[in-house]
Design a protein around this ligand. Structure first.
Ligand code: PEP
Length: 260
């Protein structure tokens, strides 16, 4: 059973791309996205140096763009950091915060992720807050505890009105880049849990977009997007091929149509 919320599909390019290949990819996505039903929103989150390129090539199209991280700081002596306000200067709609690769390789705690979400909101950028459990955590029955604590840390620092402006992405760590997606049932179970957690923050928070991420492909997207609490996807590897990414966007449209 799908739902009435519009679908959102966001590509996460990670640290991939160069100017020339980006141009081909972005132009392909813009062209293909024209054929998608209006109730599917599409975005790509690019490496910081390519925000200007995304702005130039996606501006005026129906494809939005965003960054993959922002600093916890507004400005200052933080060499190599990129502030949310800088991302906003390039008209970015979104910034991913708390991706599991940042948590794992850069030691980002949930409190750091919460501060990043705050900085993004202050700059007028929608944070896509990633949560997810490792395989060990899932196998020990700790999934709810882990993702609940990750989400709660963010909700704790936001007002209900601010929380209503975030996007949440459930990305089981064991499914990212592994080719092994969560089953639709596994994903829906966690999404329903997260939805209840959001609803507890306030009625206006209950309907924030809840994306699933982790080895989404054209073959499994429709089944995932048909689930009651899955409002779209955060797409890694498959967002680097225009055809695959657009097929996933089209699957979101099909899921939305079933609801309608
Ligand atoms: C991601 O990096 O957010 C992701 C979901 O990657 P992949 O789709 O490649 O598993």
């Amino acid at each position: 059973m799908s739902n009435q919320r519009a679908k959102l599909v966001v590509g996460n390019w990670k640290m991939h791309g160069r100017l020339a290949v980006n141009a081909v990819l972005l132009e392909g996505v813009v062209r293909g996205a024209q054929a998608l039903p209006q109730d599917v929103r599409v975005a790509v989150c690019v490496p910081h140096p390519y925000l200007a390129q995304a702005q130039a090539l996606l501006g005026g199209s129906r494809v939005a763009w965003g960054a993959q991280d922002v600093s916890v700081h507004e400005q200052g002596a933080y060499t190599g950091e990129v502030a949310a306000g800088m991302v906003a200067d390039f008209d970015a709609t979104y910034a991913i915060v708390g991706h599991s690769e940042r948590r794992a390789y850069h030691g980002e705690s949930s409190e750091v992720v919460a501060a990043k979400a705050q900085r993004a909101l202050e700059a007028g950028v929608t944070p896509i807050v990633c949560v997810g459990e490792t395989l060990e955590e899932r196998e020990s029955g700790a999934t709810g505890q882990v993702v609940g604590a990750q989400l709660d840390a963010v909700l704790a620092v936001l007002s209900a009105d601010e929380a209503a402006r975030i996007v949440v992405a459930y990305e089981p760590v064991w499914a990212i880049g592994t080719g092994r997606s969560a089953s639709s049932e596994q994903a829906q179970e966690v999404h329903a849990f997260l939805r209840a957690r959001l609803a507890a923050k306030g009625a206006q928070v209950a309907n924030v977009p809840l994306l699933y991420g982790g080895s989404v492909k054209p073959e499994n997207a429709a089944d995932l997007f048909r689930q009651a609490d899955i409002d779209g996807g955060l797409i890694g590897g498959a967002s680097l091929k225009a055809g695959d990414f657009l097929a996933i966007c089209a699957a979101a449209a099909a899921g939305a149509d079933i609801a309608g």
